[in-house]
Design a protein around this ligand. Structure first.
Ligand code: AMP
Ligand code: ZN
Ligand code: FE
Ligand code: FE
Length: 296
């Protein structure tokens, strides 16, 4: 069983449509793939509809933006009920803050001598429901200022860089409460990738576990061996599920091929149990088991 629990489609900042992503997952030899677009569930229907034909199980998920002490931290929610009104409202609030932020970023870039038109950003975002800095990066590439997204983040868009503008998002404890109340299981995405290690210290991980966090994404391309070892130890200590995932973005992010990192089947089962328990505690109908599967 090959299980990849963190991927992005063109509904947010990936480059594959949800259907193409599901097909590519099957071609990459995956048995299970979770679609976890940023701050939206809009790709679920297309992805689950494509699952049976492709021969892969699709787990509906989401990567929820949160902010802790001014630093971004991402939560992976699995099988939350997307019709749960407080969740839908919070997602809409985050997405609308993202739209406002684009204007501020484009003003900064103009002042820095690398103007991009919002039209170019929206052209790059194409049919995305959630717009983000990667789309601004694509517009910078289109304008010939940088070679790729990574260079755009390093020079202008990343945290602490001159065109960085914060967006609204809830704090992680509030995000966990929301996803759990929606009947989902919550895993902390790449806890020690990029800037978040500074704020996601072991005591904070313990607090989040007490607040209902179900797991840690230990095996992620942004973690070196030492970080993985330490996170695995913390997961054991805090009784958290351990996941591994690619964080695939199609052509939008190099070094994150589908199935590049995978989740142990036992850990996947534990995660599904946590989601079912959350749904039951919240008095919501349990989500059906993820659909799809290999063709006979
Ligand atoms: P946003 O959601 O607008 O805050 O942008 C965050 C997204 O940008 C994340 O999903 C990352 O995958 C992507 N990202 C962050 N840093 C980089 C980078 N150096 N190169 C490419 N993509 C990045
Ligand atoms: Zn992304
Ligand atoms: Fe992330
Ligand atoms: Fe991601």
């Amino acid at each position: 069983m090959r299980i990849d629990l963190h991927t992005h489609s063109s509904v947010s900042d990936g480059t594959d449509s949800p259907e193409a992503l599901v097909r590519h997952a099957a071609e990459a030899g995956l048995d299970v793939v979770a679609l976890t677009d940023h701050d939206t569930c809009a790709g679920w229907q297309a992805a689950t509809a494509a699952a049976a034909e492709a021969g892969v199980v699709v787990v509906p998920g989401i990567e929820l933006s949160t902010t802790l002490e001014g630093t971004g931290a991402h939560l992976l929610g699995y099988l939350p009920d997307p019709t749960y009104a407080p969740l839908a409202a919070e997602l809409a609030r985050i997405r609308s803050s993202r739209v406002q932020r684009l204007k501020a970023i484009s003003e900064r870039l103009a002042a820095l001598g690398v103007p991009v038109r919002l039209d170019d950003v929206y052209a790059a975002a194409s049919r995305a429901v959630t717009v983000g800095r990667p789309h601004v990066a694509d517009a910078l590439v289109t304008n010939g200022y940088v070679r790729d997204r990574n260079e755009a983040f390093e020079r202008w868009l990343g945290e602490g860089r001159p065109a960085f503008v914060r967006k609204y998002s809830p704090d992680p404890a509030a995000g966990i409460a929301l996803l759990t109340a929606a009947g989902g299981a919550v895993v902390l995405a790449h806890p020690w990738g990029r800037g978040s290690r500074r704020v996601l210290v072991p005591e904070t991980l313990a607090e989040l576990a007490a607040a209902g966090l179900s797991g840690l994404e230990v095996d992620h391309g942004d973690h070196d061996e030492a970080a993985r070892r330490e996170l695995r130890r913390l997961a054991r200590e805090l009784d958290l599920v351990v996941t591994g995932s690619s964080d695939y973005h199609g052509a939008g992010k190099t070094g994150h091929r589908l199935g590049a990192e995978t989740t142990d089947p036992e850990q996947y089962e534990r995660l599904l149990e946590r989601a079912a328990a959350a749904a039951q505690r919240a008095g919501r109908p349990a989500a059906p088991r993820p659909v799809g599967g290999r063709r006979a």
